[in-house]
Design a protein around this ligand. Structure first.
Ligand code: MG
Length: 170
């Protein structure tokens, strides 16, 4: 059995914050505002994974009013979310993402972001795709005041053999 999941997120960009995508810090004069570290790509990927597995959403699993998630590393939240997905018997087939921002350019960081997400999701970087787009100057993203991310993933239910190999209880 296979299931698809979709995630989307947007964060305001403010000075004095790191600009994080998939756990990788990009050189930029502003970064994502947020209760956690604000990593917009990790948040979109978490929602795609939870959605595909039928496990709710990021706000439910990691509530923004919960002080324990203040300044939380979103890559760690992603690992926790994937752990829930894994324990439910799913493995990631592939992940495809779009990041929309005017600046900085993603290309110099793309392979590092793919490697970082792949490592957290227990797949090879070949299964993770990241595409950078601009908003052509339109709206808040186009004005450089925000960054947006979309993610879509495909999960496959592990076979009995795979489940036995992973130590999952029958
Ligand atoms: Mg978010």
């Amino acid at each position: 059995m296979m299931r698809v999941g979709l995630g989307w997120d947007v964060h305001r960009l403010v000075s004095g914050r790191p600009f994080l995508l998939g756990g990788v810090a990009l050189e930029h004069e502003r970064g994502e505002w947020g209760h956690s570290d604000g990593d917009v790509l990790c948040h979109a990927v978490i929602d795609a994974l939870l959605g595909a597995a039928g496990l709710g959403d990021i706000g439910e699993r990691f509530p923004p009013h919960d002080p324990s998630f203040k300044d939380a590393r979103s890559l760690s939240l992603l690992r926790s979310a994937f752990d829930m997905v894994d324990k439910s018997g799913w493995r990631l087939v592939n992940l495809d993402c779009v990041v929309v921002c005017e600046e900085p350019k993603l290309l110099p960081y793309r392979e590092r972001i793919r490697a970082s997400l792949a490592e957290a999701l227990n797949v090879s970087p070949a299964e993770v795709s990241i595409k950078g787009k601009t908003a052509e100057g339109l709206g808040d993203v186009g004005a450089g005041a925000a960054v947006e991310a979309l993610a879509i993933c495909l999960l496959a239910k592990r076979t009995q053999d795979e489940a036995a190999g992973s130590g999952e209880s029958p």
